[in-house]
Design a protein around this ligand. Structure first.
Ligand code: PLP
Length: 437
């Protein structure tokens, strides 16, 4: 490890700062699927950064686009001024979204995309005279970023605790069910009835008070929670029946993670809005977006008097030209290399079979997967928390993963090859035997 001047000034996010500074893990550069640590070690990036580096690290095409855009138009206000690359990127993006989601509201992150989607939902309900629809429904174990709207609809207690009072929101039960679905390959078979809880919640609160339901098609940060077969379709039916908007938070599930541009396409369920970020620029430059059903956007815009601002919301860096340039180059790579479909093909099948070969290893109580997302859940015999230790052992053995409690989560770059998958599985199997045999 190099001798850094000081680590005292950077307050690291979602990190045990004291523990980290006692044993830092410092990455100096990255290429393809590999991170290179400051001690010269090569680390397999089994989480594609933070579920965002879908096309792998160090893509020349994106770097060139960023550099060229920085010299052409580095910045211009998105309020009352336009730039062509913003319009071009929005037009390009909606080629990948479900049929009726053709309007793009740009943000800088997934958290901001969620806040924007919630505000768009309220603006829409107001614009069509349904001011009483002010409440949201999220889900237990959901992660919708860290801003106040996101933690209100989110369902991870540590992220909410101590930050109240929050927005009026209730929560559906999560769909993780190890008793019935452990070691399911792909979507679990049991649990569609959990969608019925939405009917109960809507009745309990009165559907006329609900603006929107927001769910991640597959929750990543909550521990890779998969929807039971038919569950998302059922939510869609209930939302339509009760005149409630449905938002899919696809910050993780978008951009090829599940073998299609979006989970909505893969599962053939069309929400009213999709939130996106991360893979939209391959993680290179911060950018998020909300894809909005045309009628929602038109209703909000047409409700305001001619010449007035219709939606009092936006960011200094909405549609930042450099982020748009990075995003356009990212889309080119996805198309040229067929990356959006790749997880649905042979490599996704190999991923599934390889990951499930861990069934029976000591300490492992579940393996779950879809596309190129996966999780291996551990349980120590004495009930102690082992996830952080496993994450550290993985790093020592040359692999970067995420631990959510005792769940080890994977979302490798979509360029992953079989030999990398073998390394992931061998590393985890060795650790399981070392720690629990
Ligand atoms: N929504 C989901 C589903 C996410 O997984 C995340 C981040 O992991 C976010 C929102 C927040 O995105 P960001 O960290 O870019 O604010």
């Amino acid at each position: 490890m190099k001798n850094y001047t000081s680590m005292d000034h950077f307050w690291m996010p979602f990190t045990a700062n004291r523990a980290f500074k006692a044993a830092p893990r410092i990455i100096e550069r990255a290429e393809g699927i590999w991170l290179y640590a400051d001690d010269g070690r090569k680390i397999l990036d089994a989480t594609g950064g933070l579920w965002c580096v879908n096309a792998g690290h160090g893509r020349q095409k994106i770097a060139d686009a960023i550099a060229q855009q920085a010299m052409k138009l580095d910045y211009s206000s998105p309020f009352n001024l336009g730039h062509d690359i913003g319009f071009e990127f929005a037009e390009r993006l909606v080629k990948y979204t479900p049929d009726n989601l053709n309007r793009v509201f740009f943000t800088n992150s997934g958290s901001e995309a969620v806040e924007s989607a919630l505000k768009i939902a309220l603006a829409y309900q107001n614009a069509r005279g349904k001011k009483g629809k002010y409440r949201f429904i999220g889900r237990e174990k959901a992660y919708h970023g860290v801003n106040f709207g996101g933690i209100s609809v989110g369902g991870l207690t540590p992220n909410r605790k101590g930050f109240g009072p929050l927005l009026p929101a209730d929560h559906l039960p999560h769909t993780l069910d190890l008793q019935r679905n452990a070691f399911s390959k792909g979507l679990p078979e049991q649990g569609i009835e959990k969608a019925d809880e939405l009917a109960n919640l809507l009745q309990f609160h009165d559907p006329d008070s609900i603006a929107a339901v927001i769910v991640e098609p597959i929750s990543g940060a909550g521990g890779v929670v998969l929807p039971p077969i038919g569950y998302l379709k059922k939510l869609r039916e209930l939302c339509t029946k009760h005149d409630v908007l449905l938002i899919f938070d696809e910050v993780i599930t978008g951009w090829g993670r599940l073998g299609a541009s979006f989970a909505s396409n893969r599962f053939e369920v069309e929400p009213d809005m999709i939130t996106s970020a991360k893979g939209i620029t391959n993680g290179t430059v911060p950018l998020g977006a909300v894809f909005v059903r045309d009628e929602i956007c038109d209703t909000v815009i047409n409700a305001a008097p001619e010449g007035a601002i219709e939606f009092f919301h936006g960011y200094t860096y909405s549609a930042h030209p450099i982020a748009c340039a990075a995003g356009l180059a990212t889309m080119d790579i996805y198309d040229e290399e067929g990356l959006l479909e790749r997880a649905g093909g042979e490599i996704g099948a190999y991923w599934q079979e390889s990951l499930h070969s861990l069934q029976g290893e000591p300490g492992i109580v579940d393996v779950r997967n879809y596309g190129l997302i996966g999780a291996v859940q551990f349980a120590a015999p004495d009930g102690s928390l082992v996830g952080p230790k496993i994450m550290q052992r993985c790093y020592e053995k040359g692999m970067s993963v995420r631990a959510v409690g005792d769940i080890i989560a994977f979302s490798p770059p979509l360029i992953i090859e079989k030999e990398h998958i073998d390394q992931i599985v061998e590393t985890l199997s060795a650790i399981a035997r070392e720690m629990f045999a």
